[in-house]
Design a protein around this ligand. Sequence first.
Ligand SMILES: C[S@@+](CC[C@H](N)C(=O)[O-])C[C@H]1O[C@@H](n2cnc3c(N)ncnc32)[C@H](O)[C@@H]1O
Length: 497
Amino acid sequence: MLTVNRRHSIHKQFQATRDRQICRAWRVERHDKTGRQHRSARWVLAITGLRKPTCTGRMIKKCSLAVIGKVSAPASRIQEKKKKPSFLHSNFGSMYEYIACYAKNFKLSPPFSVDVTTAGKKYPLNNSGNSLSTLLFPSGSVTFSKKNETYYPCDMSEGNILTELLDKVQVVEYKNVNEFRLKGEFRYSQSRLNEIIESNDVLTITKSPFRPNHVRSGGEIKKMHNHLSPSTYNVGTNEDASSELEEILGGDFFDNPKPFSLVSTLCKAVTHDDLNSVVFDFFSGSGTTAHAVMELNAEDGGNRQSISVQLPEKLEENSEAYKAGYRTIADITRARIEKVIAKLKAEHPEKTEGLACANFTLAPSNFKVWNSDISDPGAIRQQLDALQNTEKHADEQTAMLTELLLKNGLGALGVHAVSKPRKLACGVTVHRVLREDDRYLWLCFEPYVDALRDEIVSASPAQVIMLNSCFVGTQGDEQLSNLQLELAAQDINLLVI
Ligand SMILES: C[S@@+](CC[C@H](N)C(=O)[O-])C[C@H]1O[C@@H](n2cnc3c(N)ncnc32)[C@H](O)[C@@H]1O
């Protein structure tokens, strides 16, 4: 699972045909505000399903290198995979497996978190065993339980807790009117205490002997710990995953699915700071990640997108899945995604208007590319002729659209456009992509008609991409020239390929 901040773009050599999925060799890059391109530091990768922890580092590095370049050492999380141990191992009953989590740079990645701190939770300042120090509490910084009271310097130690009040404290209207010092074994340094006071968190002392508490205002990120089990994060086991999948697809069609709750917890943990993230799973199997992303969005109103990659690995002819009509694992991935979309659309019609999925198969480019290696005049002439129409299959609109979008750095946004084409009043179908600057990009591959120009002008998208072959017939060149002039006058960029 790779999460991608939405500002990032994904491109290079994604070649798609209309029909079915799969992509390979994605290079993931990001553009910063200056437009400079650089490798992102924030890719987070979590791969589930590692069976041999000893060889996973190398294995995963190999796969992730293909995708994101050099990666730093992984952090690992431990998943309780079974409720009852498996005794296949000669020495132990095995109950756990490991999940490797990669970040290009962990320092720049937000912590894994599925929770925030609770408002009003008290944290004692005393921490027996820490070294002795003296803390200064400025006037008015502590809230006392007594309205008005005076306390005198004295030893306030009890049992293992060492505390000495070094100054007289006068409390008026629940606050200390003067500053005072406490000596003891404290959790915080003076500078941390000052930060707490400045942040307007509350410090309380309820009685004598003084045991100050820091009362958190709450809402801060709570860092997740690395044991994922039914008892820690209410995460299911692999046994649960099989029955979940059986419930969705109606049969035991896939070995080693991951439990929905585990993947959902991981997705939530890595996208909590950006609900517009793109979650990328390049070993998607039964499609648990895409399922988790869609459910999370329905739950918290997020707009995460998900890209699932699965090899069209052939199913055994005697398998249950084959008998049910599936031919490859990729068929199972798609089937689950489609079923979940249908279920969510029925359950939450108001939240799922834009929910859609497009499938692609990796294939050679839909566009012919100039070959600069040839020098023979005859061959060059032949190539020139061939490139009169740059696209190979004029009917493969969706595939061309996707390729163009990816090459324009609009991959994830583009997939949405692919799945929602729009037929205009003039009868021409266009694909629309809402860009980051809130303006539209239109793509059109159908024959040009004059009424299309009027519709473009009235909608005023930022850019229009069309194919050379949209301008056909004797009027073609003239139509193109006029369209170019007209759109330029309206400040609409026209790109003809
Ligand atoms: C353990 S499964 C993933 C399970 C998935 N998380 C789920 O919940 O269903 C691993 C998947 O990776 C796929 N796979 C294995 N080697 C691959 C490769 N070299 N490239 C792409 N996919 C691969 C397999 O087909 C399998 O579906």
